[in-house]
Ligand binder design. Structure first.
Ligand code: 13P
Length: 275
């Protein structure tokens, strides 16, 4: 007996474990990592239904890695480590850059690629982003590919066109397995750090559009498995509603992740939606 497409989508939405990521951006020094994680982990009980990704700045990665590994055999909360950026080059004379193998050496297993702050402030275009995607996959790092439109683009009705271009150019030439290992983060630029979260309807519409694009770039099974996080002014107050969307598989949290209590609260909200 074959399942109807709608029922299949509902079952897949239930099966996708929520991922909550903390993008600390340029905050939290190496010596602040232990106090932060001591508080955060003390608030976590059994939560195997949620995945948490910590994304510290580079200088705090070694300390975070040490703690994640030291606690990995005791805790039940799956804790992963991510980096905020990666060089598109393998190695060599690239002063100030960080290579994929340097991240792997620290047991980092995912990396943000194409964050709007990298696109807007550091001139990263879709071509560079694609190169970084390939580099990450070469080293079996899971990319968290960030996509999203500006307010001007949305007011001109171009939000889907922008997302389509960002997704096509980042994902072209990737194998089905590589696409399946990618996490997508929909982060409308106008919602980042502004306190103006997208509405649940706006986010759902864009997440469902992204899933449709993944189906085109890969296939329907991959599209149903891939996890799509929402990012942009997520707080403990709005997380519950935002995470209730069937196509919203988690959150990429900036400002509210800097306080271990509020980040823990967001993770707890996510655990209520997971199986
Ligand atoms: P805020 O949660 O501070 O809006 O930042 C979102 C973000 O950019 C996460 O990557």
């Amino acid at each position: 007996m074959s399942l109807s497409k709608d029922l299949y989508s509902i079952l897949m939405a239930l099966a996708r474990k929520k991922i909550i990521s903390a993008n600390w951006k340029m905050h939290i020094t190496a010596s602040q990592v232990l106090p932060y994680l001591t508080v955060f982990l003390s608030e976590m009980t059994v939560m195997e239904a949620v995945e948490v990704i910590l994304i510290p700045p580079f200088t705090s990665l070694p300390k975070a890695s040490e703690i994640v590994q030291a606690t990995s055999h005791t805790r039940t909360l799956p804790l992963r480590l991510g980096a905020q950026n990666i060089s598109s080059h393998e190695k060599g004379a690239f002063t100030g850059e960080i290579a994929a193998m340097m991240l792997c050496d620290l047991k980092v297993d995912c990396v943000l690629i194409g964050h709007s702050e990298r696109r807007q402030l550091f001139g990263e275009n879709n071509k560079i982003i694609h190169e970084k995607m390939m580099r990450a996959h070469d080293h079996h790092l899971s990319p968290i590919l960030c996509v999203g439109e500006t307010w001007d683009e949305r007011s001109l009705g171009k939000e889907k066109k922008i997302l389509e271009q960002q997704l096509r150019e980042a994902l072209c030439n990737l194998s089905r397995d590589q696409i399946a290992r990618t996490i997508i983060a929909y982060e409308p630029v106008w919602a980042i750090g502004t306190g103006q979260t997208a509405s649940l309807d706006q986010a759902e519409e864009m997440h469902s559009f992204i899933r449709g694009m993944i189906s085109e770039c890969s296939d329907e099974t991959t599209a149903q498995h891939i996890r799509i996080q929402y990012g942009g002014s997520v707080t403990p107050l709005n997380a519950k509603e935002m995470l209730s969307g069937p196509n919203i598989d988690g959150a990429l949290v900036g400002g509210a992740s800097l306080d271990p209590h509020s980040f823990a609260e967001i993770v707890k909200h996510a655990s209520n939606f997971s199986t």
